[in-house]
Design a protein around this ligand. Structure first.
Ligand SMILES: [Zn+2]
Length: 373
């Protein structure tokens, strides 16, 4: 990579950065149940001399660096996934069926080392920083739990947070690039469930289920092409008396979500009227979209290009679900995706083959330092 401007203090801590990432990678923990990971984070932040709040939102940890001026929040998520790791790494997951397949191990390591560097630069920083380590990003609404925490509501507890930032690794763009979406930094994400029950004896729910699936495939043609959306069927099971059809929905705008919901309801009404079945649809909503603020996104992009001067900025909204949405609902912020892909390491996140190019951690960590400095 050309024209890299890794912060010298980050470079000095390269070994520690990689050690931390591998240590966390080895012991992946799920959702709110993060005894080892949160203990590591807590101990590290205490050693830096920071004010530390733990058990925030069950198992979240916050380190506060106090200074004169506005407070910004930097977020890392700590939880792993219920996936079996297949790669043969020396720091491979020691826990069967659990894996850091979304790179949250890297997020924690980058933010810890950035905290260490920033503590050393304390006198040069205008304002306060909250280093936030959250549980349960993967479907557990951990961000919301930390915001709503009674003892330490992380956004409103003094010093009050004014801006929020997060970094997420991605292998969908090469190392050196970054993605900072103009508006939607993650998608609305929901599951739909359709239950088909036989009403007339001659009705066959398996046949009706197949009809429902083919109608679902046509829904996308009912949404104007300028809107991005994905609806995909992932569940189809049952027998002539009872059948289940289900799948995922991803989109950005509220009106698109409403159109999708309305059409799924219409499909149910249609098969009820035609095939002698009872059809019910229900929705399980996970995350609303994360929205990037233009001012914060400009600051984030500037900071990134100071670290990688020839960095290509991607702006396409990713179709991921992400619970950083809870933070951007409350405060202006930016969710930035850090390019990590190389020719050898390019499996997507949430894949059991996901592997991370650790050189990218130096970029992400320097970005944090640059953003605050
Ligand atoms: Zn993730």
């Amino acid at each position: 990579l050309e024209d890299l401007n890794i912060h010298p203090e980050v470079l000095n801590l390269k070994k520690e950065l990689i050690f931390l990432r591998r240590e966390i990678h080895k012991y992946p923990e799920l959702l709110y149940d993060l005894p080892k990971t949160s203990q590591l984070v807590k101990t590290y932040l205490r050693t830096l001399g920071l004010e530390v709040h733990s058990k925030v939102g069950v198992s979240g940890v916050v380190g506060v660096l106090r200074g004169e001026g506005p407070c910004i929040l930097l977020r890392a998520d700590m939880d792993a996934l219920p996936i079996e790791e297949t790669a043969n790494l020396e720091y491979k997951s020691a826990y069967p069926g659990k894996m850091h397949a979304c790179g949250h191990d890297a997020h924690v390591a980058m933010l810890l080392v950035a905290a260490k560097v920033l503590v050393g630069l304390k006198d040069r920083i205008k304002g306060s920083v909250k280093f936030l380590f959250q549980p349960a990003e993967e479907g557990g609404h951990g961000a919301n739990a930390m915001i709503q925490d009674k003892a330490y509501p992380v956004l409103s507890a003094s010093p009050i947070v004014e801006e929020v930032y997060a970094v997420h690794v991605t292998n969908s763009i090469p190392i050196g690039d970054f993605l900072a979406a103009e508006e939607f930094a993650s998608a609305n994400s929901a599951y739909f469930h359709i239950d088909l029950k036989q009403k007339l004896e001659e009705a066959n729910c398996v046949y009706v289920g197949a009809q429902v699936i083919s109608s679902i495939q046509n829904i996308s043609s009912l949404v104007p092409p300028e809107y991005t959306m994905v609806i995909s069927t992932t569940v189809f099971q049952g027998n002539p008396e009872f059948c289940k059809v289900g799948g995922t929905i991803r989109n950005y705008e509220e009106q698109v979500k409403e159109t999708l919901y309305k059409n799924l309801k219409n499909i149910c009404k249609g098969v009820e009227a035609t095939f002698g079945v009872e059809a019910n649809v229900w929705f399980e909503e996970f995350y609303s979209p994360t929205v990037n603020d233009p001012v914060c996104t400009a600051k984030a992009s500037n900071a990134f290009t100071k670290v990688v001067s020839k960095a290509k900025r991607h702006t396409d909204s990713p179709l991921i679900g992400e619970d950083f949405c809870y933070f951007t609902k409350e405060k202006p912020g930016c969710f930035l995706m850090l390019g990590c892909a190389t020719e050898e390491k390019n499996h997507p996140i949430h894949s059991k083959k996901f592997e991370l190019e650790e050189e990218a951690l130096l970029i992400g960590c320097s970005y944090w330092v640059q953003l605050v400095e």
